[in-house]
Design a binder for this molecule. Structure first.
Ligand SMILES: [Zn+2]
Ligand SMILES: [Zn+2]
Length: 113
């Protein structure tokens, strides 16, 4: 009954971490599924991409200067790819310096380079 092994506890913790990561970084999570990460022993935070997407600009590096929120980011991206004129100017994301991502703190911690 109370024979919960360390492995089970670890699995529970990893599951919680992956859930948090999935919520915090949907863009990164789109590349590698959570189940793949855990089975491959990859970084729980970034899935070994060594970066985490910027939450402000959704990894794009640019933010629309049209208002506090933009819910049609994908539409805007498609428009810009198609060369459509955009009335809204994009400004560099100040949170990530327009990079769209940050170095994964977990990976940089263990990196000896
Ligand atoms: Zn950003
Ligand atoms: Zn990482």
């Amino acid at each position: 009954m109370d024979n919960i092994t360390a492995n089970e506890l670890a699995g529970l913790g990893v599951g919680t971490l992956l859930l948090c990561a999935a919520i915090a970084a949907p863009r990164v999570d789109a590349f590698i599924s959570a189940s793949q990460r855990s089975s491959l022993g990859m970084c729980k935070r970034c899935g070994d991409l060594r970066m985490i997407a910027c939450s402000k600009c959704k990894g794009v590096g640019l933010v629309k200067d049209s208002g506090p929120f933009s819910f049609n980011l994908v539409d805007d991206l498609v428009q810009s790819f198609e060369g459509a004129e955009s009335k809204v100017k994009s400004i560099s994301c100040t949170k990530c310096q327009a990079k769209g991502h940050f170095s994964c703190p977990d990976c940089s911690k263990i990196s000896q380079v």
